[in-house]
Design a protein around this ligand. Sequence first.
Ligand SMILES: [Cu+2]
Length: 340
Amino acid sequence: MRRTLLSLTVVATAALFLASCASDNTNNTTAVTNVTPPAATPTAPATQTLEVVERPQKIKDMMQARGEQDQAKPVLKFIEPREGATLPGSTVNLKLALSGDLKGYKPGKDPATNMGNHIHVILDNQPYEAYYNLDQPFELRNVSEGKHTLRVFPSRPWHESFKSEGAFQMVSFTVKGGGDASKPTTTNTGQVMADNKSGANKAETPKAGANTNTPANSNTAAPAREGKDMAAGTASDVDAKKPLLTYSRPKGEYKGPDAEAIMIDFWLTNAKLQGDGGDYRVRYSIDGGEAKYIDKWEPIWLKGWTAGKHTVKLELVDKSGGVVANGDYNSTSRDITITP
Ligand SMILES: [Cu+2]
């Protein structure tokens, strides 16, 4: 044990020297106590001090270049799945219609930058998936049997949502013969693994590219569909008429300049915040730290993140500070990773 500790310390010290060379990190004592093997994600030091900053200049510049597009009032409608639908098989096709006062707003990925306007798609209370090409359905694969919700809303290239009326939509539906976490319906490369009872997936199989995120091979005509293998799970018991907080950002990994100021963004349904003349507040905390509040329905940007993994918790609370009950969607935690 002692020997292992000793060698760990040696490795850690070496790693620390390397880290010191690369950056101006002076928190050596903190780093030593938190040290983990080099291959693992480093634990964030306790010294992180976050402050709310204004919208980063690069986003202001993008908005400037986009003209009036950010004043659009996009409206989404579900074509599929329909509210209350019972769907055979574990692949759920999402089809949406976009209308409203778009002012040039159009989802689509720019192949040069891999960025663009897109729709945030949230199954149950999982992290959102980005949906770019509305001409093709988005495939949610390996969806568990049982009840589900889908929430959608339009987003900008930097993942800030449009918050106008009709932009957010939610449906509930039920999957029969759905995916099983122990027997994935599709592999990462899209090969069908499980024998689907309903046969719904079999009809899909011949469509080349139907099960991949990347373009289909060139000898097929069908364009690639966007889609994603979903994690196992079902819906919480959510009432669409009750106050609902939908967590959107942050999510995933942030690198380099993208990690300087990180946006917290969310959708609010049936609830007005105190700063907007209502009764509610959005409470957030990072890494289980001090509770802070957002009292206007706008994104905020936080600066001062340390490298490593962080947990962001977002909650909708009432006047007395209690989380508003609506299934369990009004209190959501997500892990994000900061890479310097
Ligand atoms: Cu996004």
